[in-house]
Ligand binder design. Sequence first.
Ligand SMILES: Cc1ncc(COP(=O)(O)O)c(C=O)c1O
Length: 747
Amino acid sequence: MKKLLDPYPVDAVETIKMEGYGSENYKITDQAGRSFVLKYYKDPSKYDLVGSENRLVEILSENLPFSLSRPAFPDLGLVRYKDGSFSRVLHFIEGSFLAEVDHSEKLLVDLGQSMAKLNVELLKYRDPVIESYRHSWDLSRCLTNWASVRFIEPSGRKLVDYFFDQYQHFVQPQIPELRHSIIHNDWNDWNILTRNERVCGLLDFGDMCYAPLINELAIALAYVMMSKENPISGTVPIVEGYCQILPLTEIEISILYYLIAARLCQSVCHSAEKKAKGDDTEYILISEKPAWELLEKWPSISPVDMTKAFLQAGGLKKRVAASFDHVRNLRTKNLSSSLSLSYEVPVYMSGASFQYMYDAYGNTYLDAYNNIPHVGHCHPRVSLAISKQIRRLNTNTRYLYDSIAEYAEKLLSYFPEKLNKVFFVNSGSAASDLAIRLANTFTHRNHILVLEHGYHGNTRLGIEISSYKFDGKGGKGASENVTTLPLPKTYHGIFESGAAYANDAIRRIDLLLEDGTHPSAFIAESISGCGGQVPLADGYLKSLKSYLDRKDILCIMDEVQVGFGRVGHHFWGYERHGIIPDIVILGKPMGNGHPIGAVVTTSEIADAFDNGMEFFSSFGGNPVSMEAAKAVLEVIEEEGLQENALEVGRYFEHKAREYADEAPYIGDIRCEGLFLGIEFTNPETGKPATEYASFIKNQMKENYVLTSTDGPYDNVLKMKPPLCFNRENVDRYFEVFVQLIKGKDEI
Ligand SMILES: Cc1ncc(COP(=O)(O)O)c(C=O)c1O
């Protein structure tokens, strides 16, 4: 140490080792009480770069109202040692770190202004050494950090994949249009010194690089946001201050959301890699926890909201794209009015991620309703699988290709041995249609048994087997080759047990048989969605299935809504009933929004269908669909989503029952994993409380929680959220729900 100091005119009385990254750092105090920082660099290759930094900081110091860590003895330049290592001594700047002080508005505005003042100076400066330096903290090279995502657990990996992918698509194409400059590149709260609510110093120019100017602000915002309850309002003053000195463009501001997220991803990738290599010093990992916390919160922040707030802070207004009325009118003009819109005032959606959706005005909705984005809206594994495959090959099942063979094998591994053949189609409707054709071909009959309120599809055949449609508004009743059986519902049902319902069904089928009508198949969901989230009463399916077997009537289970782990206790809803169906139909969640459906059956039934007429679906089973579907299964497994559905579903049920006592309108609570229903009944009349349900649904939406209603009286609040729904989301749900039911019951 002493030797390192020899070349400098400093009479040290105290030397303290400080944390450092890329150099060894010592705080030196001399006889006169002056303090310095000695920086010792072991890596000779940094010599030119640090030399450039020294020169630049000297020049900047003359024009800025706050101190920079500048050379204390500029005439000495850098001191080089025999082995190529070198050192320099900088002035020590007194002040309190931004990380340690209260962030008053005044301080944050000053922070923005200070940063902009530095950037104004830097925009004038060129330095070939700094400009050609490439390092791993350069935000514009953040995608090179993506490889380290392999060191991160799946639940965190999905966020990193998602936001790097967003960066790739929404930021990277804009980079050539952005203003570039040398930037400090690390305005983090341990590099910024403050005094009396003002920035008084800036440290560590070691990460400087030539990059888009806006990266400077993005990095600073990322660190300040880590300590903020509300990251947007908590940092608006910084943007305001910045733009007062150096106005930003609309493009620069509108990519901030993605840049900040990318910086967080870069940071957690760094920490993960360091940890994996055993290099995890406290200094390196200092922001790991807060970076993760903010990254986990990020999907609940609307990009529209952030952009709107920052544009306003920068004195700019977002150009309004299409307006609500315009879009609505266009839709009304061109689409049939038989397509409905949800809610009294429909939501004008602009984006979504995982369990959150964003409207065009910047509001974030907690999605407790949509079941198709099963593993989460826009899950990166699915988007990346689709986008990779669509660039390589998308064709039909008349060629050999890997993914259909692999996915068929994988999907069938979730079924008992007997169910060992699969047909791929594009929707649940195509699946139910095909299932009925398979059954009718196999049995040489065409009479179908259905449950009341059941829904299985929108094709002509689908409507024919859907009591929800043919018995509903505009329906013409059951056709003569369909028999409707009562829905085995124990709450407000005609019987109290599954066994009684099964006996009743058997009696009805016996009558049909006596009449000379031999049904081909029975079709049902194990939890009736359109019936109002009604799990079939215990024992019903088991008794009925053994009867159907005896009568050679096939059993088709519709897993379009229920399947793929949603019910938590099992992967398929029918499994809870201890039966093995003859045919299973799949859809909705299978491709997380990519249109794909399937029919799974036995080889006997599949073989009987091969009667010379080819089965062909232009899109069914294409390579892109197969990759999407493969990705969905992988995510369910890797992120433990079935287990999560069970755990979070139980928590939901527990909370719902806790509040039920205070809510006289809650008649029944039905929860199987994340297939959830709350039925409202008027406590005085005992009648379905349809208006009450509608009020709650619409008001939940006004409070940014999406649910829906269903059931024959539309009095059942239904929830089937993406399976990444978590306990905090449940808490938020009940915060709104309880406030509403209390308000409503008092009226
Ligand atoms: C239980 C059930 N089966 C089948 C279908 C039809 O699926 P799709 O809309 O993909 O044609 C639906 C759709 O709502 C459904 O809920």
